[in-house]
Design a protein around this ligand. Structure first.
Ligand code: SAH
Length: 238
């Protein structure tokens, strides 16, 4: 079935100092199958290939001192500009300073045909890269990683789930945590066989086949878990 809301394909360029980190998880999961069948495309660029001295230097010490090294704007800039048509492609820098990734952001990116994702290292990148290329920063949460690669994998996986053909059935993303179908709340609990395990049983309502009752039970459970774990997601609290 054709879904006109989303583009069928997306090309993702990754700029990294650790090209071996890709495709990684994205090569062995549902995303990996979709990659082999051409639903999306991955182009991994090693930033170090654009170093200009014999030591292949990509970083330097910060002006004004301080700890850590900074990825150089001239080298990263050349890596960006090696991508065909780079000036028409949105560039994302995985960064703890960015807007925090959520389902809405992932869905928006799934409609874009091509993106460039820059993975930082050390203390980060020269600010002029962000200013000159109008780079958008995206964070995967309020903690600091040692490199942008795991963040890029999380970001890409979250995007790809919204592209038809990546998951078995597109329906599988509809009724999930954060989606409109659950009013933006967390998902209700799931159970499968056996009916009894270590003395624990399955709620009767799920076994009686009454869809109306099941739906009411799910809504109530969804509300309960959201109140407990993420009260910030409740519409009233906004
Ligand atoms: N000095 C920076 C942290 C650098 S961590 C600061 O304090 O903001 C090194 C790299 O890891 C960053 O350049 C970034 O690409 C990546 N990174 C770290 N935490 C991240 C997060 N929460 N989300 C996305 N990328 C992150």
């Amino acid at each position: 079935m054709k879904n006109t809301k989303y583009n069928p394909t997306i090309k993702i360029h990754i700029l990294t100092l650790l090209p071996e980190a890709f495709p990684g998880y994205l090569g062995i999961s549902n995303a990996g199958k979709a990659l082999s069948s051409g639903i999306w495309d991955l182009n991994v660029i090693n930033i170090r290939d654009f170093a200009t001295d014999k030591y292949k230097t990509v970083d330097d010490t910060p002006y004004s001192g301080g700890a850590g090294m900074i990825l150089k704007c001239d080298i990263v800039g050349n890596a960006i500009e090696s991508i065909k048509n780079w000036d028409n492609i949105p560039i994302i820098y995985m960064s703890p300073r960015g807007s925090v990734l959520n389902q809405q952001i992932a869905k928006e990116f799934s409609t874009i045909k091509e993106i460039i994702i820059l993975c930082g290292h050390f203390e980060g990148i020269d600010q002029r890269l962000i200013d000159y290329y109008n780079i958008k920063e995206i964070s995967i949460g309020d903690y600091v990683l040692s490199g942008g690669e795991p963040a890029a994998i999380v970001f890409i996986d979250a995007i790809l789930r919204h592209i038809p053909g990546v998951l078995g059935k597109i329906e599988s993303v509809k009724e999930e945590s954060f989606e409109d179908s659950l009013n933006g709340m967390l998902e209700y609990p799931h159970y499968t066989r056996p009916a009894e395990w270590k003395g624990l049983t399955v709620p009767e309502v799920l076994k009686n086949g009454n869809h109306k009752e099941i739906s009411l039970w799910r809504k109530a459970e969804s509300l309960k878990i959201t109140q407990k774990n993420r009260p910030d997601l409740l519409k009233d609290s906004k």
